[in-house]
Design a binder for this molecule. Sequence first.
Ligand code: SAH
Length: 278
Amino acid sequence: MPTVQQALLAASRQLSAHSSSPRLDAEVILAYLLGWQRAALLARGDTLLEPRQEEEYATLVSRRAKGEPVAYITGVREFYWLDLVMTPDVLVPRPETESVVDACLEAIPPDRDALLADIGTGSGAIVVATCKQRPRLKAYATDVSAAAVEVARANATRHGVQEQITFFVGDLLAPLPGPVHVLAANLPYVSPGEAAPDVATWEPHVAVFGGGEDGTETIRRFLVDAPRYLCPEGRVVMETAYSQGAEVSRLAGEAFPGSRIEVRKDLAGYDRIVVIQT
Ligand code: SAH
């Protein structure tokens, strides 16, 4: 029987050929299996795994070795300090999407009522994190995937913001009852052939591929309709691919002539967020 420490070492070796973060993945999966905090793995590294645990761990690690995201294996993912429930129906929220939340919070003073819409809400990451930080905020959240909306609803309830959010299933902005102060959208933007193989295999294609030759078709359709759903002096916050900053700014300029358009970079220095201030 291996100790916790030995099991982690073997699993991170096995995962090193398949993951850019083998040790972290091995730890997150074992902590999930044992029901421990990750820090406990270090503190109690000489605990012996029972044969049943060893067997289960091998099964979960081999799922990861086939490319399945850790978040689908454990069913949770941390985003903006919140544990979000995950299923294979939703995109695993990426760290760079936390900047979308930051840009929304900048636009919403804590002491005022405001209305936000999160278009293509997926797991609800953006809308749940933003509502959690702004208790007076009301929000709409839409997704074309009914299964994704169920996950988003579960996350809203889990974090006590379900009264702030109204959910809709439908195409882009069409389900919204009226205009809002802030439109947030992390819509699919990957172009055909550009997705990492694991992403294309495991994550929902409707959440990944944006359509059109360069992947901007869904964003383009969103921007064409966006002016009708934005209050005067409103803000639009969008996430894009690193290669799409210029094209999305151009589309934004067409949709919102005379507005201030800003392209922000992610921590790696790539274009990532486009903010339109009308
Ligand atoms: N906002 C989440 C999910 C992003 S993935 C996050 O940042 O993590 C993109 C989401 O857009 C998916 O949930 C997908 O189902 C949804 N989507 C794709 N096309 C759509 C459309 N035409 N209308 C509404 N939602 C759409």
